[in-house]
Write a protein that binds this ligand. Structure first.
Ligand code: CDP
Ligand code: MG
Length: 746
């Protein structure tokens, strides 16, 4: 990996300072050699002369890291204005911000910062701000005109995540509003305009007088830039009224594509075999493998490590690096600390900063196990080989049943091409597609936008909170299905978030919109305050927000099951998750005594390993629960997307139900009533609201006990319809606690 620099390694004789300057110089050179660098001036002219600009360019051409810096240098941050860049993925926002802070030679959170859900690294001096698209949408709730931004760049627009699509619609109207005289803007009485920035006004008379003052004035204009790695810009251009599109030429070396002769029955096994074939038979160069999720990545990681142990010592020089979207916010910044002599410290900060690793000097091969995040969002240098099983985890939604599920599906052709392209960034490469060539021909050309295949209740709630009442009439780039909109309106009404006129209800609808969560989870928190178990529900929601807590390697299934038993609750997975959380908490607090945080972390990892618990997931959940912000910079969170703080500010009562777990389960029933299922004579379950036939996922503590009635958190479709995270409830509770939906017949 070329960009991994030895820090304080044996070979450097000039000391850390010389290293620092050498690195700085190298970064400067890298920047200058990027394809985008030669068109900086032309791009800035384009931005100046077009309010909306679409930039397409191959991955790695420098769009994400360079364009914001060019804009900054071109004066787009005058008057304290901010350049915002949105990413569909958290990890991309963080890693890119880190890289750019380093390129600018500034501390993270100063001129360059990032903001993602549960983690804010910005300050009043931040001018280049990376964030998730979902986060910018939440900001729009607080500042309708996004008035502190001079430029907003919607990056990775080709991904067409549901948040990106909603954001495009919102930005289109914000841009229009910002070009109109202030006194013609809707809802202007809530705001005051000061130097082009809308700020809240304390009282009516101030408001009225400021309105008077600003008659004829306009807010400062907003520049919009849409960036995409897909070379077809037509859709975006048409949506923005024939907006100007430019192409940044990238570099691409030839990539040889290999297919399998027959379809693979076990693609993980095929992946493993291919990894080792490359490792043992091909020339030097790193391998990038596309897998479908954290769980799968972690199991392949374990398998690779095990297989390596069976090889002779000299053939074990292969390192495994996992990379996926969810990302703990624990920042240790150890990458900047000197490494012990004899080791080189590999600066992996471009991938994840928390992942500071010390490798020995002669390690040479890397296999990177990634989700589709590595298709376009993050550029990983040094890749020569790509292994593509051809699958991706995607959301699907059935408006008929109202059920959303996660399904592993074949990639589109566009995705397959992006993936193979990763092998040819720095030289000729090879891509191994683990399916036959005839299958490639059958793939769809491009991925269906997420808005057409997801449960829209979160989007609808958000749009309502942003003042968009007519959801079907909203100017979407691609309209969601009418039935899906209607279904989500129904769902929100059943959850009590909408009034009869289909407006946000007070307080529940407004409270739900304020919480950065799935509407059902948000409702569960609100209800939990009435059921006196908000303490428990906060833990539950945090634990449900991360990928699976337990893992069970195939060859140690029994051991893992025994270990999990000490946490399992007969009542179900929700209480089991709480038990794990509390046990980890106790352990952490105990071993933190003496303030040795590092030791506490180490103990935690050991404990997790012994108990077959995913330490990364637990850490993430702890962060979410505690809303740990990046305290080492003592930056204060400025927005209110932190769950606990949020519920407290809403006046919800944070209390624990102690041992009265009945209360907690009743609360689950009250919130998840649409996900209630009844046992059938054959041991499967029928979802009451949709009539769907489902099975309890084998990872559930209730897999064997099979209670008569249960509620579940999510539906995952593999070869069966599996429900995950289930808890036992009494079916008589349903008509009592959700009378809006269930009635008791004879
Ligand atoms: O956005 P685009 O794919 O066009 O490129 P980019 O993300 O701006 O990356 C440009 C170059 O910067 C990459 O080719 C990497 O060499 C480098 N880079 C890096 O070293 N570390 C990062 N975290 C991001 C980019
Ligand atoms: Mg990019």
């Amino acid at each position: 990996m070329p960009s991994m620099d030895p820090v304080g390694s044996k070979g450097s004789n000039g000391g850390p300072k010389a290293d620092f300057f050498a690195r700085k110089q190298r970064i400067e050179q890298q920047r200058k050699s990027l394809p985008i660098a030669s068109v900086e001036k032309r791009l800035m002219d384009e931005v100046r002369s077009h309010d909306i600009l679409i930039i397409v360019g191959e991955t790695g051409s420098g769009k994400t890291t360079q364009l914001p810096q060019y804009l900054f240098n071109a004066g787009f941050c005058r008057d304290g204005k901010i350049i915002g860049i949105t990413q569909p993925r958290r990890v991309a926002a963080v890693t890119v911000a880190k890289r750019v802070a380093e390129e600018c030679g500034v501390e993270m959170g100063q001129r360059v910062g990032y903001s993602i859900r549960f983690d804010d690294m910005t300050s009043s001096s931040t001018r280049i701000k990376y964030m998730t698209d979902g986060l910018l949408l939440r900001e729009a709730l607080l500042d309708k005109y996004l008035s502190k931004y001079s430029v907003i760049i919607v990056d990775e627009a080709h991904e067409r995540t549901v948040d990106t699509d909603v954001l495009l619609g919102i930005l289109k109207s914000v841009q229009k509003d910002r070009s109109r005289p202030i006194n013609q803007l809707p809802n202007i009485d809530h705001t005051k305009v000061n130097n082009g920035v809308v700020i809240d006004k304390e009282n009516d008379s101030q408001r009225a007088s400021s309105l008077n003052q600003c008659r004829g004035l306009k807010l400062s204009p907003l520049k919009l830039i849409i960036m995409s790695a897909s070379l077809d810009a037509r859709g975006f251009s048409e949506y923005f009224g024939g907006a100007r599109a430019v192409h940044v030429q990238g570099r691409q070396f030839p990539v040889d594509i290999f297919y399998t002769k027959a379809p693979e029955t076990d693609y993980l096994d095929a992946t493993l075999i291919t990894i080792f074939q490359i490792h043992l038979e091909e020339g030097a160069g790193d391998v990038l493998v596309f897998l479908t999720g954290q769980e799968e990545i972690e199991s392949v990681e374990r398998l690779v490590l095990e297989k390596l142990q069976q090889l002779p010592e000299e053939k074990r020089k292969l390192k495994v690096l996992p990379i996926y979207s969810s990302l703990p916010s624990e920042k240790q910044m150890q990458v900047f600390m000197p490494a012990p002599t004899g080791f080189r410290k590999v600066d992996l900060s471009f991938m994840f900063e928390f992942f500071s690793v010390v490798y020995d000097l002669d390690a040479f091969g890397y296999v990177i196990l990634a989700t589709n995040i590595a298709e376009t969002s993050v550029t990983i240098p040094g890749i020569k080989y790509v292994i593509d099983p051809g699958l991706v985890k995607a959301r699907t939604y059935s408006a008929r049943t109202g059920m959303e599920s996660l399904v592993v599906v074949p990639t589109s052709k566009a995705q397959a091409l992006q993936r193979s392209g990763r092998a040819g960034r720095e030289g000729p490469g090879k891509c191994f597609r683990l399916y036959p060539e005839r299958e490639f021909e059958k793939l769809s050309d491009s991925t269906v936008p997420e808005i057409k295949r997801c449960n829209l209740s979160k989007v609808v709630l958000q749009l309502k909170a942003l003042g968009v009442d007519d959801i079907i009439g909203f100017d979407f780039m691609e309209k969601p299905l009418r039935e899906a909109v209607i279904k989500s309106l129904e769902l929100l009404a059943l959850l009590g978030a909408l009034t009869e006129e289909s407006r946000l209800s007070k307080p529940v609808g407004h409270q739900m919109a304020r919480l950065p969560l799935d509407p059902t989870h948000a409702k569960a928190l609100i209800l939990a305050s009435q059921f006196n178990c908000l303490e428990e529900m906060l833990i539950t929601v945090a634990m449900l927000s991360v990928e699976s807590i337990f893992y069970a390697p195939r060859e140690k299934l029994e051991e893992a099951r025994t270990a999990a038993k000490c946490f399992s609750s007969l009542e179900g997975d929700h209480l089991t998750l709480i038990n794990v959380f509390r046990a980890s908490d106790e352990l952490f607090e105990k071993s933190k005594i003496g303030n040795n945080r590092e030791k506490a972390e180490k103990n935690m990892r050991k404990w997790c390993k012994e108990n077959f618990i995913n330490s990364r997931s637990v850490r993430q959940a702890r962060d979410i629960h505690r809303q740990a912000t990046s305290s080492f910079l003592s930056l204060k969170p400025k927005y209110d997307w932190q769950i606990r703080e949020n519920v407290e500010q809403m006046g919800l009562h944070v209390a624990s139900c102690g041992d009265d777990m009945l209360q907690f389960r009743r609360c689950l029933a009250a919130a998840f009533f649409l996900n209630a299922a009844l046992k059938q004579p054959d041991g499967t379950y029928r979802v009451l609201s949709s009539g769907q036939s489902v099975q309890i996922h084998p990872s559930s503590v209730l897999f064997r006990t099979k209670p008569d009635c249960l509620i579940f958190d999510e539906l995952v479709r593999t070869n069966h319809n599996y429900i995950r995270n289930v808890s036992r409830v009494d079916y008589l509770w349903l008509p009592e606690l959700a009378p809006q939906y269930y009635t008791l017949k004879e």
